[in-house]
Structures are given as C-alpha cells and as structure tokens.
Design a protein around this ligand. Structure first.
Ligand code: GTP
Length: 323
C-alpha cells in the first residue's frame, strides 16, 4: 500500500475505515477449483494443489466500488459424507451470498449444482420462515461459475448449457472463467457477488424492481453486464444478468417455455426483459416454471398485446398453491 495514501494516514492515526462484512460460501463438487479460485482472489496467484479435506474461512479486506469490505469466504469441502451434510446446511445458513461452482470439463459437477442450489433454497427459506424479522428475508445472491475454460478439448458442458442452467436455477448471474488463466475473471466473480449482495440486501425481494438491479449492475464498469461473444473472442469470460429474480411474480402452472435458454448470445439482451422462474422439487431436480407478472413494469408487455392478466385474491392464491 502507498504509505502516503489517505487510508494509510488514517491507519497511522489509529482510525480504521469501517468495513462492511460479507460472508460468502463457495460450493461445488470436489476438484472443480474452489480453493484455487479463493486463493487466486486473495493472493492473485494460481496455486495448483491443495488439501481436498481442508474446509476453511478466509478473511480478506479489500475495497470495491469505493467501499471497504471484509470478505469472509468459506471454501466448503467437496467431499461429503452423511455427517458433512448437516454441517453443509448450517454453513449455508451462515452465508450471505454463494458462489456455485462447476467445472466445464465435468458434467457431474454441473449436475451437482442442482442439488446444492436446492439446499441453498431450502435452508435460506427455513431461516426466513423461522425468523420474526421481516428484514431477514431469505433472498441471497447465488453466482453460478463454470471453471476450467482453458481446457478447451476436455469441455463437457457448453456455454449454452451453463446459461440455461443459470436461468433454471434462478441464479443472480453466470460466469465462465479459468482460474488458472485469468485473475481478472476471478475478481469479476467476487465483484458481482458484492454488487448483487448489495442490491439484494438493500432492497428486499418484494420491493426490488428490474431497474434496481440494472442500475447497480449494468453500469459501464460492471462485471455483470452482457458481453457480446465477439468481444470475448480472446477472453473466455461471459457474464449474464438475470432480471427475472428482481421482479414481482406469482407462480402459475403453465408449461415451461421451450424457448427459454435457447438462442444466441446476442439474444440475451431481449431475454433480460423476459421474466422467468424456476423452482426446486423435493428430489433435488429443478422444474422450470415461467413467471407471471403481477405488476409488469413498463416495457415488459408487448405493446399491442391483448392478453388478459388473470388476477386472484391472496386467499385464492394461497389455497391453490401446490408446493
Ligand atoms: N486447468 C485448470 N485446472 C484448474 C483450474 N482451477 C483449478 N484447477 C485444478 O483443479 C484441481 C482441483 O482444484 P481445487 O482448488 O483443489 O478444487 P476444489 O474444488 O477446492 O476441490 P476440493 O477441495 O476437493 O473440494 C487442482 O489440480 C487445480 O490445479 C483451472 O482454471 N484450470
């Protein structure tokens, strides 16, 4: 650190800027690169081998978007037995935000994300129900990350599949990275964790609007704005933003939209305006259900649409619920 920086001058006077504390949990199957990513973020170095049984919380002070931050990053072990499961769930309840990681070279690790996202939903929902405090809403950002894009010939999960899964799981955003090749990509992941956490915690889900997330995340320097594939030709990073989770919704029982998740990368901007929602079933798989708007923001409905919105009272909705 520059010894003449205001921060160090303050430190000399014994005044330390207040750090916001953000608890992040990194989840994923064993060997996907969780530890490598966390160590890369903190030290900027890529270190190849780690003890796979080590579960550790890393504390890292930094600043992002002109705010001082303390990251408490829990690197969860990917090896799990019965007893680890209870531990995993209590760790999930501890965290404020999640990085859900898979390796693009390992289809099993990709499928494991379904189970882990289900556990996150389940445990955060339970906390919400058990809480008297309305502000303790179980609404936490989950960033889906596909790692090891440098292993081009071993790829088993395509970008499209990743993008589709990110939508199905209702994650906040999606990155494809190579921890080995790029420290910038790793930093972009954590920057988005912070930015989404800030939006999610500032504005509870039911009050959040599309523009809140857009204002936060689609700023010019944002790591989570849409990236055109062509501009990423040399850099394997791609990020997508979900707007659906920021909108008011109500489940309906119509068929999943076959179109969702397909289409070119360039279509994603339009998709930002298309609401969707997925939900978890109890067997750990996720059933995609399109989201129906209760109060669609301007621009979300087709201008000449004469579709009639069916509205139900709260009591009717409650009795029809089929969770
Ligand atoms: N090619 C390539 N290898 C990577 C990358 N990131 C991590 N690895 C390698 O993947 C292996 C597993 O990395 P870890 O960081 O230990 O994975 P983990 O998810 O923490 O595994 P557990 O601790 O068992 O849960 C190591 O050999 C890393 O060197 C990457 O971006 N590219």
């Amino acid at each position: 650190m520059n010894t003449t920086s205001p921060k160090s001058s303050l430190a000399k006077l014994g005044i330390h800027p207040k750090h916001k504390s953000l608890k992040v949990m990194v989840l994923g199957q064993s060997g996907v690169g969780k530890t490598a990513m966390v160590v890369r973020f903190i030290t900027r170095r890529y270190i190849g081998e780690y003890d796979p049984n080590l579960e550790k919380i890393y504390t890292f002070n930094t600043s992002m978007d002109n705010e001082y931050l303390q990251f408490d990053i829990l690197d969860a072990t990917g090896h799990q037995n019965e007893t680890d499961c209870a531990n995993l769930e209590s760790n999930i309840r501890w965290a404020d935000a999640f990085i859900l990681m898979y390796s693009v070279t390992d289809k099993c690790s990709f499928d494991e994300c379904n189970r882990l996202k289900f556990l996150i939903n389940y445990n955060k929902r339970r906390r919400k129900l058990g809480s008297n405090n309305k502000d303790c809403m179980a609404d936490v950002p989950v960033i889906l990350v596909g790692n090891k894009t440098d292993q081009i010939d071993d790829r088993m999960v395509s970008v499209e599949e990743g993008r589709r899964r990110f939508k199905e799981l209702s994650c906040a955003c999606f990155h494809e990275i190579s921890v080995r090749e790029s420290v910038d990509q790793v930093q972009a992941v954590f920057r988005d964790v912070f930015r989404f956490w800030r939006v999610f915690s500032k504005i509870p889900k039911l009050k959040r609007s599309t523009s809140d997330v857009q204002n936060e995340s689609l700023s010019p320097d944002s790591g989570c704005s849409f990236y055109d594939a062509s501009s990423l030709a040399n850099e394997t990073r791609r990020s997508f933003l979900v707007i659906g989770s920021a909108c008011l919704e109500e489940n309906d029982h119509s068929e999943p939209n076959a179109e969702s998740g397909s289409g070119s990368l360039n279509s994603s901007r339009n998709e930002l305006e298309a609401p969707f929602r997925s939900r978890a079933s109890t067997d750990g798989t996720l059933l995609s259900r399109p989201r129906r708007w209760r109060y669609p923001p301007p621009g979300c409905l087709l201008p000449h649409s004469n579709r009639v919105e069916r509205r139900m009272s709260i009591s009717t909705r409650g009795s029809n619920a089929s969770y």
